[in-house]
Write a protein that binds this ligand. Structure first.
Ligand SMILES: N[C@@H](CCC(=O)N[C@@H](CS)C(=O)NCC(=O)O)C(=O)O
Length: 322
């Protein structure tokens, strides 16, 4: 794993702050979509990555599969960062067969400095990265192509935006990024702070989901998708590999039933790849798992019946006009 400095690749582990806390670099490409066109954009993802996973779910739910093709990187993020090694689960780079994702970044900017992350939304016409921030790519997918697809589903409906924003603001630091802050901490204090904030938020979410079907109420929204991609990885990876082991998700009845409902949502299960997920984390993070042994468990079946029908659910909000 590493980063680009002035367009040159350097193999380097994450730097943590003085007190041992992990700090995630902000995404550097935050552009809106230039124009909605079928076939113009290409999506780069890792099937292991929770941030990239959000974009894959949106691509399914919003009917974008025939408009936006995808290249999947290999599960192993080693000395060259993300690669297109087909022997390690990659599809290869479908655009021009590059070997490493960092080559895509330097094609955008030959002097790029920063981490080379997924997801990436690439513009084939302009030969540049439109956006590499998942929270923005999913907003683009939520509406930009509606005129082409006729898809009216709205995961960020106007009347629920304030609620969704407030949920995201809590859940991102404590849970989505919180598991990484626990796993990549390099001091006991930083680890414990992340651990405590994580389980305090999971306890709050467990209570919230006791009385309502989804995070923002009766509709499935962006807030649920963003949380889902972390929760579905939790027991298999974060519990052990990142030492988030106060409780498993399977110890939380509401969270685990909510997880199953989302997993069983049409199209979602096809976006979950446990082989990529487990291999990526355990094989790539050599500082925390030096021998790269991948655990065989736990036994999980997200296809089991859930009990969420006991609560009122209205599925996904539908836009009235496009
Ligand atoms: N803010 C970004 C974060 C993306 C991110 O950190 N992705 C990880 C994979 S899970 C990555 O590519 N890491 C490579 C690195 O940091 O070197 C987003 O949400 O899109």
């Amino acid at each position: 794993m590493g980063l680009l400095i002035d367009g040159r690749w350097h193999d380097q582990w994450y730097k943590s702050s003085k007190d041992g806390a992990f700090e995630r670099e902000s995404a550097q490409r935050n552009n809106p979509l230039p124009a909605a066109e079928a076939g113009r954009y290409h999506l780069y993802v890792s099937l292991a990555c929770p941030w990239a996973h959000r974009t894959l779910i949106y691509r399914k739910l919003k009917g974008l599969e025939s408009l936006i093709d995808v290249s999947v990187v290999s599960w192993l993020m080693g000395e060259h960062g993300w690669t297109f090694d087909k022997s390690q689960g990659s599809t290869g780079d479908k655009l021009d067969g590059i070997d490493f994702l960092h080559q895509r970044y330097t094609r955008d900017d030959p002097h790029y400095t920063g981490r080379v992350t997924v997801p990436v939304l690439w513009d084939k016409h302009e030969q540049r990265i439109v956006n590499n921030e998942s929270s923005q790519i999913i907003r683009i997918f939520n509406s930009a192509f509606d005129g082409l697809t006729g898809n009216r589903l709205d995961l960020y409906p106007e009347p629920l935006r304030a609620k969704i924003d407030a949920l995201n603001e809590r859940i991102y630091p404590a849970v989505n990024n919180g598991v990484y802050r626990a796993g990549f901490a390099t001091s006991q204090g930083a680890y414990e702070a992340a651990f405590d904030a994580l389980f305090s938020e999971l306890d709050t979410l467990e209570r919230l989901l006791d009385g309502q079907r989804y995070l923002a109420g009766e509709y499935l929204t962006e807030a649920d998708i963003r949380l889902f991609t972390t929760i579905v990885r939790f027991d298999a990876v974060y519990y052990g590999h990142f030492k988030c082991n106060l409780r498993r998700i399977s110890d939380y009845p509401n969270l685990s039933n909510w997880l199953r409902e989302l997993y069983q949502w049409p199209g979602v299960a096809e976006t979950v790849n446990m082989e990529h997920i487990q291999r990526h984390y355990y094989m790539s993070h050599k500082t925390i798992n030096p021998n790269g042994i991948v655990p065989k468990g736990p036994l999980q079946d997200f296809g089991q019946a859930h009990d969420r029908e006991r609560l009122v659910g209205k599925k996904i909000w539908k836009k009235t006009g496009i």
